[in-house]
Design a binder for this molecule. Structure first.
Ligand SMILES: Nc1ncnc2c1ncn2[C@@H]1O[C@H](COP(=O)(O)OP(=O)(O)OP(=O)(O)O)[C@@H](O)[C@H]1O
Length: 258
């Protein structure tokens, strides 16, 4: 790959207790690439994602981000205000529970419009127009723009969250179990939508999931975590079809065995 990595993570560590958290995580991610992070419950997937997104501080390590202006920035070394600005302008987050990524007390339109206003957009008509367009893009009825998130179903709320996360045209998206807790059919439609948006917008994505089928569908590359450490990494098909580490073999066989 000739293009610069958009994200390069070196030695990222956050330990709550030995074996709990993430330890010495290294990977790089290129524009347009989807990296899946898999592992059983408690393996440190969310801790890694939270460290990347600056929701929690790391003990040590480097998170180098290649920004829109072509500069290399160590996210861990930025002042909090600078980091917030960069996250707001260039990164997006999709949480497992839509209410974590939405503001439940404002309308669907306001949920999509707010990040635009935070990034300096002021023209009400244009913001509303953009919000309606995004509602259509995520297959929501744009006539429901003034309704509150609580009036939408779980799957619809997740679509709304995705619209809110993508409306500012971020370059990098962090997703934590975006389809977890949804019905299988709703999940399948949402995965289709995500796949389509990721390829259309050439997004770089880190997606945490315990569901290997989701990883197979969305991610080109996988990281397998156990007790906070990466035990295996590689192309998704390679890792899932020919796992090398005994832990990955166990993970893969556990979903194949009825
Ligand atoms: N705030 C915290 N304080 C103390 N320990 C924590 C905290 N957050 C996570 N841990 C511990 O760190 C380990 C990794 O947790 P983490 O949530 O990252 O795992 P996970 O792989 O995302 O699990 P799941 O799939 O169940 O969400 C667990 O042992 C957990 O108990």
């Amino acid at each position: 790959m000739t293009e610069h990595a958009i994200l390069t993570v070196c030695g990222l560590t956050k330990q709550y207790a030995p074996g709990q958290g993430c330890l010495d995580v290294n990977f790089s991610l290129h524009p347009g690439e989807v990296l899946g992070v898999v592992g059983e419950s408690g393996s440190g997937k969310s801790t890694l994602l939270r460290c990347l997104g600056g929701h929690i501080g790391s003990d040590h390590g480097v998170i180098n981000y290649h920004n829109r202006d072509g500069q290399q920035v160590d996210m861990c070394q930025l002042m909090p205000a600078q980091r917030q600005l960069l996250l707001r302008q260039e990164w997006g987050f999709v949480y497992q529970h839509a209410h974590e990524g939405l503001r439940m007390q404002v309308s669907a339109g306001a949920n999509i419009g707010e990040p635009l206003m935070n990034n300096g957009k002021r023209h009400y008509g244009e913001i509303r127009e953009t919000a309606m367009r995004w509602m259509r893009d995520v297959e929501l009825d744009a006539r429901r723009i003034d309704e509150y998130p609580c009036a939408f179903s779980g799957g619809m709320r997740q679509r709304l969250q995705i619209a809110r996360a993508l409306v500012t045209q971020p370059r990098l998206i962090l997703m934590d179990e975006p389809t977890g807790g949804l019905d299988v059919s709703v999940q399948a439609r949402l995965l289709d939508l995500l796949r389509q948006l990721v390829s259309q917008l050439q997004l770089a994505v880190v997606i945490v999931t315990h569901d290997l089928a989701v990883a197979r569908l969305l991610a080109q590359r996988l990281i397998v975590m156990r007790d906070g450490k990466i035990v295996e990494t590689g192309l998704t098909d390679q890792v899932l079809d020919d796992p090398q580490h005994p832990y990955t073999q166990l993970l893969v066989s556990s979903i194949l065995t009825p």
